[in-house]
Ligand binder design. Structure first.
Ligand SMILES: [Zn+2]
Length: 69
C-alpha cells in the first residue's frame, strides 16, 4: 500500500508494516505542503503503480513488494 506524505512524497509499505490511518496521519500528515501550492497532499492507501515485477521495496523493512501489498 502507498501513503503520500503531506508534501506529496510517496511511501510504500508491505502488508505487515503498513501503519494504520491514524498512525500514518501522525507520522506523515503534517510535514509541510506539497509543491505548486497544492496544500496538504496527505493520502492514505492511495493509488500506486503495480508493485509486482518492479523494484519497489517496503519503506519499513526493505522487503520487495508484490501485488498483494
Ligand atoms: Zn515491510
Amino acid at each position: 500500500m502507498r501513503i503520500y506524505t503531506s508534501c506529496s512524497d510517496p511511501i510504500d509499505f508491505c502488508k505487515r508494516c503498513a501503519p494504520d490511518e491514524d498512525e500514518a496521519q501522525e507520522r506523515y500528515g503534517n510535514l509541510g505542503d506539497g509543491p505548486d501550492g497544492r496544500g496538504n497532499c496527505f493520502g492514505y492507501d492511495d493509488d500506486h503503480p503495480p508493485y509486482g515485477g518492479e523494484n519497489y521495496t517496503c519503506a519499513e523493512c526493505g522487503e520487495e513488494l508484490t501485488d498483494e501489498d
